[in-house]
Design a protein around this ligand. Structure first.
Ligand code: SF4
Length: 460
């Protein structure tokens, strides 16, 4: 039976009320949740299948949210159940493990726990990730002994994703749709580049809670985090499906659906699997994790991972950023940039990539360009100017190309390293900020500050 639960996080009052007479105090929610959302639900809520997203309401601290829960016998695992003291996770009732969610150490431990040698774990690992095998079935494990294969088929699953569709854009970009075990759908994009580089853009969540106003995925709200297996397998599938056509897939960007740092445990785990030199062996410099600016997780990432970092900046004042990226109400521009300045001072030859989606009349003035030069002073960085990708219902319009170039010139004149990125995969809704599918419940549109209303009217 469906029940609708509305949580109104009343931090000022110190209480959270739940409609069907349960009362949850903030202490029941994890104090480590940097951003109020779905991460740390009390256990009785975890046992319900979450549907149709967290909807963030406009509030000063973004702490209010509402969602629907439906009683379900097929429960999804709570996030804290997705880690194991054994290092590997059994997912279904038969306690089968999902191979692609395991680090090599966990895989080896699991193999040995079934009475096989560590060397056999390495043979399995290589067949999962290396040598153009990318095994997705026990029948593809050539060269492994029969008993080992029998054990694997009895106790393990290979994949966490089912291929649903592959759509080709006119510029060669591919959008791959996967169905998850619970029926939800995620999207992965493969972008070939004529300089011999092919990038796979992976999703880290189904939907996203951050509600960036220029992003289609943000309008979905958050449905759930992806497991490490579901993230890793997107990269494996991309190689399996498209390497013969595009050659080696060389780069990974965590810029698909979701805010990766809102799912940081699984993202760090997946990135570690992707860079393992006996496996997929992406260079850490070529695995880039992007964030909208979750400061505590950003610090953790810089300390725990050697992969590259991108920060989606998109504004030069708090006023604009509060509006187009509501996370800024929690972590202000000054805090975000000061944290980067401090953290990167101790890192050797490491540059953060600032992404800046250009929105006509909103963040693309020459004053913005000059402010941006000032804001990034002292931070080893590159700046990527990104052409806005329109989608149905969006209120923004693209900055003209010649204006982007003038903006770029001011940054370059100020000593910044600047790149420009134009739309890829637009005709298949595969471009940056266009992924996902909207349900009936959508994240709210934030109030437009008075002085930008004219600029947006031009887009209507
Ligand atoms: S831009 Fe990224 S963080 Fe922002 S809503 Fe879209 S997916 Fe989420």
């Amino acid at each position: 039976m469906g029940i609708t639960i509305r949580l109104s996080t009343m931090r000022r009052l110190g209480i959270i009320t739940v409609a069907n007479s349960a009362v949850v105090t903030p202490t029941l929610l994890s104090s480590t949740t940097a951003f109020a959302g779905t991460l740390a639900l009390p256990s009785f809520l975890r046992n319900h299948r979450l549907t149709n997203s967290v909807r963030f309401l406009e509030s000063r601290n973004l702490a209010s949210f509402s969602f629907s829960c439906f009683s379900s016998s097929s429960r999804i695992p709570a996030l804290d159940e997705l880690s194991s003291t054994k290092g590997y996770v059994a997912r279904d009732d038969n306690q089968k493990v999902v191979l692609k969610g395991m680090s090599y150490a966990a895989l080896q431990e699991w193999v040995e726990s079934h009475g096989f040698r560590p060397g056999q774990a390495m043979m399995l690992w290589k067949r999962l990730y290396k040598d153009n095998v990318w095994a997705n079935d026990v029948d593809e494990l050539e060269g492994l002994n029969k008993d080992f294969k029998r054990m694997i088929s009895e106790h393990a699953e290979f994949g966490a994703l089912s291929l649903k569709d592959v759509r080709s854009a006119s510029d060669g970009t591919r959008k791959i749709l996967f169905t998850l075990d619970d029926g939800l759908v995620i999207e992965t994009v493969v972008i070939p580049c004529d300089r011999g580089r092919t990038t796979v853009c992976v999703s880290s969540q189904v939907g996203c809670a951050m509600n960036c106003q220029f992003c289609y995925t943000g309008r979905m709200g958050l449905k759930r985090n992806l497991t490490a297996a579901e993230i890793v397998e997107q990269a494996v599938y991309a190689r399996r499906l498209l390497s013969h056509e595009f050659g080696s897939i060389t780069n990974v960007v965590f810029m698909g659906m979701g805010e990766p740092f809102h799912n940081i445990d699984n993202v760090i785990k997946a990135a570690n699997i992707m860079v393992d030199e006996n496996g997929l062996h992406f260079s850490p410099r070529k695995v880039t994790v992007s964030t909208s600016g979750l400061v505590p997780q950003l610090k953790r990432f810089l300390r725990e991972s050697n992969c590259a970092l991108a920060v989606s900046l998109n504004a030069t004042t708090d006023e604009v950023r509060n509006w187009i990226m509501p996370i800024n109400r929690k972590y202000k521009l000054s805090l975000l940039l000061e944290t980067l300045r401090e953290e990167l001072s101790s890192k050797h030859k490491y540059k953060v990539l600032f992404e800046y989606v250009m929105l006509a009349g909103v963040n693309d003035s020459m004053d913005d360009a000059r402010r941006l030069v000032e804001l990034v002073q002292g931070i080893p960085c590159k700046i990527n100017l990104i052409q806005f990708n329109p989608h149905s219902g969006s209120q923004f319009i693209q900055t003209e190309e010649d204006k982007m170039i003038k903006f770029r010139n001011i940054l370059a004149g100020g000593g910044c390293t600047v790149l420009m990125r134009f739309s890829r995969g637009n005709d298949q809704m595969a471009a940056c900020g266009q992924l996902g599918m909207l349900g009936t419940v959508q994240a709210p549109v934030m109030r437009v500050p008075e002085q930008f209303r004219t600029a947006l009217k031009a887009s209507v």
